[in-house]
Design a protein around this ligand. Structure first.
Ligand code: PLP
Length: 393
């Protein structure tokens, strides 16, 4: 009945985890939901005012397919500031969230059978989109190296069919922030072996401790596509504004593709983001960053009581990523492997805590917990989780 293509993907595993939490809550259970890929926060005033102002002016028409020229210009200024290079509006496409920027990139870059290297654990949409676009995901396991890929491992994964690598730093789900040496190594490899770097920096605003977010584009611009959005940095997931920055030829192809799929991203949301880029003074972003920094601290304090699972590093983003290998191994020896799925089920049924199993990220021993929620809920949820994990049999 359906196209063969539908066998290539299921619905997003993180969305399924969110749905399970909601179903339990709808059934009357008190649930603390640590599955969210978004931040609990008010709207930025500039966003609110920009949207209201556009509505009051009666804005209602299509814009240019890849965004209003004024917005593309403002984004070009932002990318120029971020990278220390000069970027032009024609090198920017505004998309309906980072997800569409990534999808567009996959669709315009990949031929059937082209390989795309994806460090694992990975955000679940990366391989799904590669498959939909006819490509083949090639995973590089990062688990034994603090979730940062080793240069040798990436080098070994490159073949004549390698067309791209997806780099996501700070990383979802692991929270790892890639060091500059690793990024330079990947950039040089991309130049020598002639493949693209799809650089997803959606969590670039959230780096913690001594870590720094490094931009690979400073090394290898001609081979890089920057993917970013306001979904995380302005807590604006539902508004759907993201962008792709890269060589003009790629942006033109994306424009043609988008003209046959979604056309322009929502016009009111475009005006709101433009108003923010023009009038925002960084106060809102700082507030969000310090909210997350303190939530991270609250969470790390709670997790420090874990006795059988290492406390996560949580270098960037807003996720704690637990490695449950030592916890699960003894149980797995007596029969079928026990995975984080079972831990997730127990957490939901015994403790009313919803989390995302690493199986959806290609890591059956991982557990992702979001700390973008109110601190009192976070503390209560993690304390229940610690009890379950410490008593795990
Ligand atoms: N890239 C990464 C690594 C993400 O984690 C997400 C969302 O969770 C996205 C892209 C998609 O963001 P958007 O909501 O802007 O489409």
């Amino acid at each position: 009945m359906l196209a063969q293509r539908t066998n290539l993907f299921g619905s997003s595993g993180t969305a399924a985890a969110r749905a399970a939490a909601k179903a339990a809550a709808d059934a009357g259970k008190e649930i603390i939901d640590l599955t969210a890929g978004e931040i609990w926060s008010d709207l930025a005033p500039t966003i609110r005012e920009g949207a209201i102002e556009a509505i009051n002016r009666g804005v209602n028409r299509y814009t240019d397919t890849v965004g209003m020229m004024e917005l593309r210009e403002a984004l070009a200024r932002k990318v120029s500031l971020d990278t220390g290079q000069i970027w032009k509006a024609e090198e920017i496409a505004v998309t309906s969230g980072a997800k569409q920027a990534l999808f567009n990139a996959a669709m315009v870059l990949l031929n059937p059978g082209d390989e795309v290297i994806i460090p694992a654990p990975y955000w679940t949409t990366f391989p799904a989109q590669v498959l939909i676009a006819g490509g083949t995901p090639v995973f590089v396991d990062t688990r034994s190296n603090g979730y940062v890929p080793r240069f040798e491992d990436i080098k070994a994964a490159v073949t004549d069919r390698t067309r791209a690598i997806v780099i996501n730093t700070p990383n979802n789900p692991t929270g790892a922030v890639y060091d500059v040496q690793t990024l330079i190594g990947i950039a040089e490899l991309a130049i020598n072996r002639n493949f693209w770097i799809v650089f997803d920096e959606c969590y670039g605003d959230f780096v913690h401790g001594d870590h720094r977010h490094h931009l690979i584009v400073s090394v290898v611009r001609a081979r890089t596509l920057i993917v970013n959005a306001f979904s995380k940095s302005l807590a604006l997931t539902g508004w759907r504004i993201g962008y792709l920055a890269g060589p003009k030829e790629v942006i033109n192809a994306v424009k043609a593709l988008q003209s046959h799929t979604t056309s322009n991203p929502n016009v009111i949301a475009q005006h709101a983001v433009l108003a923010h880029l023009q009038g925002g003074d960084g106060t809102y972003e700082s507030k969000l960053r310090s909210q997350l920094a303190s939530a991270r601290q609250v969470g790390l304090n709670a997790l420090s009581s874990l006795t059988r699972v290492p406390v996560p590093k949580a270098q960037g983003g807003f996720y704690f990523y637990l490695d449950l290998s030592d916890l699960l191994k003894p149980a797995s020896m007596n029969g079928a492997a026990v995975t984080a799925d079972e831990v997730v089920n127990s957490l939901l049924s015994e403790a009313g805590v919803a989390a995302v199993s690493g199986t959806v990220f290609g890591d059956p021993a991982g557990l992702r917990l979001s700390y973008g929620i109110p601190p009192e809920k976070l503390e209560a949820g993690l304390s229940r989780l610690v009890d379950v994990l410490n008593a795990w049999e």
